[in-house]
Design a protein around this ligand. Structure first.
Ligand SMILES: [Zn+2]
Length: 401
């Protein structure tokens, strides 16, 4: 299974994310954006219209005739829309945000967990143009770039491109809630309208009860003291040290849950869990035992453990994540910053979301928009420095170390 790392949708970056999609659609043709900007500046693109699943427009040719263009976006299926509306229903704020013609990162995350990406992938864009160039032609690409502005100004238009209006979503949400309620209260003779009426005076006149007392959280995890005198049976394949390690881990996880600093960790994948457990053992022979357990080399386990210790799950994700393409400007600016910090330009290589320096250090831009600095040791990339939103901060942290 591959972990797909996708760029989170941020409101301020919406236009940029859309433009990035279009650049990829053009096959990363660097002239796409400047050509489009020129066409937009010269008002060659007219009648730009966005309707359900479709962007249309016309391109004024030098002979003053027009090319008619369409860009169809793959619509979500009914069952995908069911999943989307169920996602919207998980939080009242989602619906409120949609009604304000906005999309929040949180909703984007909720939909992603349902395998729904609001931003279309280039493979989900289908172009036609009355010119005879290969699709997507430069007219269509310019139209698509021109659409960035109306899309950013009215983000729910992206959902319209997936096939439904906000009104449709609200109606579907209401219909499914009505279905749930009527199923639950089938026996009740009351009608939907009657039941939903509660006088505000009676709702607000209810006495407020005292909040329950929350027990104080211990300041640190406890330690195991007493232990049965007898060793586990020899044929049980379990020894005291292993049991002690398991029990200590359970105590620490239980404390972390009670203190609200972590979840149970029971949902972690096996190598992630191994990384977590290996943290305290870097430098000891236990690392070699743990490596044997999952049949990998010890340096790999050390790499997993340091990534976990330095940056938690996101550090681990990035260790094996496939490359992706952030906005070109972000990567180029970082490349120049690294060169300005004293690196020889010829030793700095930019590839997708990674900048490699002298084949020994990598700066990777994560899907969480943080910069991660990796160092090559014993053939494995190690993460020793906490990530930061700016490449300058990562370079400064390296200096402090
Ligand atoms: Zn064309």
């Amino acid at each position: 299974m591959t972990i797909i790392v996708a760029k989170p949708l941020r409101m301020a970056d919406l236009a940029e994310a859309w433009t990035d999609t279009i650049s990829r659609w053009s096959g990363n043709d660097k002239s796409t954006v400047p050509v489009a900007q020129r066409a937009i500046g010269q008002r060659l693109i007219v009648d730009l219209t966005i309707t359900e699943g479709l962007i249309t427009g016309r391109y004024r040719r030098p002979d003053d005739a027009f090319n008619d263009m369409t860009i169809a976006v793959t619509a979500w299926t009914d069952s995908q829309w069911d999943a989307a509306v169920a996602g919207v229903a998980t939080k009242a704020t989602h619906l409120a945000t949609l009604l304000a013609d906005d999309l929040d990162v949180d909703l984007d995350g909720t939909l992603r967990r349902r395998d729904l990406d609001i931003l279309p992938d280039p493979t989900e864009l289908h172009a036609t143009c009355t010119c005879d160039e290969a699709a997507p032609c430069r007219h269509v690409l310019s139209l698509a770039i021109a659409a960035a502005r109306p899309l950013a100004a009215s983000p729910t238009t992206l959902l319209l491109l997936r096939g439904r209006t906000v009104r449709d979503i609200v109606d579907q949400h209401r219909a499914s809630r009505r279905k749930e309620t009527s199923a639950a209260d089938d026996a009740s003779a009351e009608s939907e309208t009657e039941r939903s009426v509660v006088a505000s005076a009676s709702a607000f006149s209810r006495p407020v009860e005292l909040l329950p007392k929350v027990p104080a959280v211990a300041t640190a995890a406890g330690a195991i003291t007493g232990w049965p005198r007898s060793e586990p049976p020899v044929d049980s394949d379990v020894d005291e040290a292993a049991l002690r390690e398991l029990a200590t881990d359970a105590v620490e996880r239980a404390w972390a849950i009670s203190a609200g600093v972590a979840d149970s960790r029971l949902g972690l994948a096996i190598d992630v869990d191994l990384a977590r457990r290996a943290v305290g053992h870097v430098g000891s022979s236990r690392i070699i035992e743990l490596a044997k357990l999952i049949d990998v080399e010890a340096p790999r386990v050390i790499a997993l453990a340091t990534a976990w210790e330095t940056a938690g799950p996101s550090g681990l994700d990035l260790l094996d994540a496939p490359a992706w393409f952030p906005a070109a400007a972000i990567m180029e600016e970082a490349r120049l910053t690294i060169i300005d910090s004293g690196r020889r330009e010829s030793s700095v290589r930019l590839e997708a979301n990674t900048i490699t320096v002298a084949d020994k250090v990598q700066y990777r831009f994560g899907a969480d928009h943080q910069w991660y600095r990796f160092e090559l040791r014993s053939g494995h990339w190690h993460l020793f420095i906490a990530p930061a939103a700016s490449i300058d901060d990562v370079l400064a942290r390296k200096k402090q170390k």
